[in-house]
Design a protein around this ligand. Sequence first.
Ligand code: NPG
Length: 387
Amino acid sequence: MSATVWTIEHVELRRIAMPLVTPFRTSFGSQTERDILLVRVELMPSGGGETIEGWGECVALAEPSYSPEYVEGAQHVVIHHLLPRLTAAGPIEAADVAPTLAKLHGHPMAKAALEMAVLDAQLRAQGQSFATFLGATRTHIPSGVSVGIHDTTDELLAAVQGYVDDGYVRIKLKIEPGSDIDQVAAVRELIGPDTPFQVDANTAYRRTDGTHLRRLDEYDLLLIEQPLPEDDIIGHARLADEVATPICLDESLTSAAGTADAIELGACEIANIKPGRVGGYLEAVRIHDLCRAKGVPVWCGGMLETGIGRAANAALAALPGFTLPGDISASTRFYAQDIVIDPITVVDGHVRVPTIPGLGFELDRAFLDTVTTSRIGIDRHGTVASL
Ligand code: NPG
């Protein structure tokens, strides 16, 4: 019988620089490279024995443009606030991470990365895949792709055609005022009436844009994602009454409790679940369970993760309430080379759910070293050292 709790012996915070294969533009900015924080933990079983390694990926961006978190701040809060609490708590398992850190406000992406690393190590120790741990019900999941804003409609259509050729079963288009109705019309004409199609505004519109957004109704979209600012729940509820296309929330949903409120208020007809945004995969599962009980469809969002986060997302998206295709595209959609061996691929429009123990990836350590920009070690006494 394996031990059920572990002591955090050592933590490594590694920053990597991953160039994107093409710039990715959203209503909040354009990215050409990801500066990503990885967390590596070494756990010691409380009964003694060998330490076991686990990895987590923090999805915070370089700037606080999607949410208040940003990668440098995430690293700081992990070192100076989150880890000291966690190590002081004594032996833990993954389910203890969020409650132990609950008195520290905010920083869901930093907290999620720590929980992920502990969960990965724990599952490896138990020889269990994340999909099995979660109770996943599918071995393969449909793959959707997110398409950024382009300067011209011709460029946009060329990009969309490429993704259709790659086999993606659902297209998501980023929109903003000035790049919306015409682009949606052109893409719908290109992909035909049967290809599932949705849009994502990343908070770019205002309450007064209802009449304008209603023009999207004629293009038979699956959903309009996060049209209004994240704190405008009532605005989304009003928009849901004004517009026939279902309103989906992303940035607004930061916890299961908040999601329940948004659903009750009529603001959330569909939910995008991103584990980093809600403080971890275990809270993500609670949101899935809640939405399933309320009959609200959910899908798994993406944050341009490497193969670490994508593997875990694929397992999460195999839960039964994930009835819409997620943003779980092939690794090559964003990266020429991934930091994992056997990165996610899309075959016949689907991604295979990982079955190996842990979150479901094996690192390509040699390549990981070549993209590493810094390494910091923290021992169980809290001593911080540059590695
Ligand atoms: O496939 O990972 C992906 C990209 C999906 O469009 C996507 N993500 O707003 O949902 C979003 C957007 C995003 C990316 C947001 C990066 C924040 C950072």
